[in-house]
Ligand binder design. Structure first.
Ligand code: MV4
Length: 499
């Protein structure tokens, strides 16, 4: 096992990885930007190193600096978390060329899945079902029109270098295809530096299901069941759950076997997720995420398997000590992403100091957070502050438990998405499991129109009084200041040792 690990991330996922590493007896090394000097992930790690100014391009995306810090701090491995450098193949090569272990798949597997048309070709070859469409980029609008006629309208133009919905255009008829082809290509070019576009049959209102897989270096690959992630807004997932309210055991078996085949086709190693669209009992490969995902805890709760711990154990060369037949599912888990966005105001990002924080707890409630009272929420990074995850014997009980947990959560200082989540837990279609990717288009208005409750107004008023008292008392409290951890410039040995 490793002696020490550097976590190339921030926020709740950095804290989550630090916890997993500490349980394995591994020394944890954090990196942080100037905006994150007092961030929870910095305080949680054994050591922390400043890597640059607030903008991520100058800090959390500086792979060169991060590798440099890892070498100087004597790290054995780097865990990228999600986002930032997690799916950048050149970074993976840089890490491995420096003699360090990257906690994740090979650069080749990341590249194979990053190119969506190449991924489609590989998946077809592996017998994985894909949505009818082209598996090579389209040369021009005429070729797009011809392909669309063969597939049948409506079709969806997609960026080959894409993901996340950028460079996507729904095309209803041949009259629209020429301009859609042009604008999809331009958007793809500006988002990914590559204007290649391909086309698929457009499925209207499928569910978004994904299968978690784990693969060790020897090639043993298992799946840990599905997550349902249909409740999303503009490609940002808001609520995830496991299992899906609709999947039968046979469908889970088939989708799981397909996900394992997809992973094997790219010699996948570590934790990965195969995304599917599911409609009318059929499922189609969408893409593969070659990283740990935000919503991994719901799978951990229903399987009892610690995914982040297994990522580290697999990277250290350990073999999986269980087989597919050992994996079983217990109860129901739901996750709500708590973001610093105002649901009453089109989810506008909200900045400010966390003046007050009460974290939900009690039976079956898990909080994966990256915030603390006194911490300043800026606009430099992703707005996700924390996740509330619940586990209960049934879906209905899990919904009731999430409702209870959300009413215990109090955040004063920034607006959060929590009131929206509370509404979702009470909404009839959600409770009935009637979900698909258009759920929010249908229900958005009723879920985002609120006045603060009397209860919320009382909490804010009380917090204001207490905070005023605290400010008076604080004059005598010495502030922690660990300055530029590395002394001169951004690199060099140093940092501070927490314990
Ligand atoms: C689709 C689709 C319908 N038909 N492909 C959105 C992001 C990108 N990764 C793929 N996406 C979609 N691909 C076909 N052929 C609908 C979506 C889609 C979507 C997928 C998953 C979750 C949320 C979504 C929201 C809008 C569109």
């Amino acid at each position: 096992m490793f002696t020490s690990i550097l976590i190339a991330n921030r926020g709740e996922i950095a804290v989550r990885i630090i916890r997993a590493a500490r349980e394995l007896g591994i020394r944890t090394i954090a990196v942080y930007s100037e905006a994150d000097r007092l961030a929870p992930h910095v305080l949680a790690a054994d050591e922390a190193y400043l890597i640059g100014p607030a903008p991520s391009a100058e800090s959390y995306l500086r792979g060169d600096r991060i590798v440099d810090v890892a070498l100087r701090a004597g790290a054995d491995a780097i865990h990228p978390g999600y986002g930032f450098l997690a799916e950048r193949a050149p970074f993976i090569r840089q890490v491995r060329d420096a003699g360090l272990v990257f906690v994740g798949p090979s650069a080749e597997a990341v590249e194979a899945m990053g190119d969506k048309t190449a991924a489609r070709r590989r998946m077809i070859a592996a017998g994985v079902p894909v949505v009818p469409g082209t598996s090579d980029p389209l040369a021009d609008a005429a070729e797009a029109r011809q392909a669309a006629e063969e597939i049948g309208y409506p079709v969806l133009l997609k960026a080959a270098a894409g993901g996340g919905g950028k460079g996507m255009r729904i095309v209803q008829s041949s009259a629209e295809i020429e301009s859609a082809f042009g604008s999809a290509g331009r958007e793809a070019k500006s988002a990914f530096g590559d204007d290649a576009v391909y086309v698929e049959k457009y499925l209207a209102g499928p569910r978004h299901l994904e299968i978690q897989i784990l693969a060790d270096r020897a090639g043993t690959t298992v799946h840990l069941g599905e997550r349902e992630c249909s409740i999303q807004r503009r490609h940002q997932k808001l609520v995830e759950e496991a299992p899906s309210a609709v999947l039968t055991a046979d469908e889970r078996f088939a989708m799981g076997a397909t996900a394992v085949a997809a992973g094997r086709a790219v010699q996948y190693e570590g934790a990965g997720t195969v995304e599917f669209l599911y409609q009318h009992g059929a499922f189609y490969f969408l893409e593969m995420n070659t990283r740990i995902q935000v919503e991994h805890p719901v799978t951990e709760l229903v399987t009892g398997i610690d995914l982040v711990q297994w990522q580290i154990r697999i990277a250290a060369g350990e073999a999986l000590n269980f087989a597919q037949t050992d994996v079983s599912f217990r109860g129901h888990a739901i996750e709500c992403r708590i973001t610093s966005e105002d649901p009453a105001n089109s989810f506008l990002p909200s900045a400010g100091r966390i003046e007050w924080l009460e974290i939900p707890s009690g039976a079956g409630v898990r909080w994966d957070g990256g915030i603390a009272r006194g911490y300043e929420i800026g606009l430099h990074y992703d707005p996700m502050l924390a996740k509330v995850i619940v586990h209960a014997p049934s879906r209905e009980l899990a919904i009731d438990r999430m409702r209870r947990a959300l009413t215990e959560l109090r955040v004063v200082g920034v607006e959060t998405s929590a009131p929206f989540h509370l509404r979702v837990m009470e909404e009839a279609d959600f409770r009935a499991g009637k979900l698909d990717i258009l759920y929010l288009d249908r229900h958005g208005d009723e879920l985002t129109d609120f006045e603060p409750s009397d209860e919320e107004l009382r909490v804010v008023a009380l917090a204001t009084v207490l905070l005023e008292e605290e400010r008076r008392a604080r004059r005598s409290i010495t502030r922690i200041d660990h300055g530029d951890a590395l002394g001169s410039g951004w690199s060099g040995r140093g940092g501070w040792t927490g314990r």
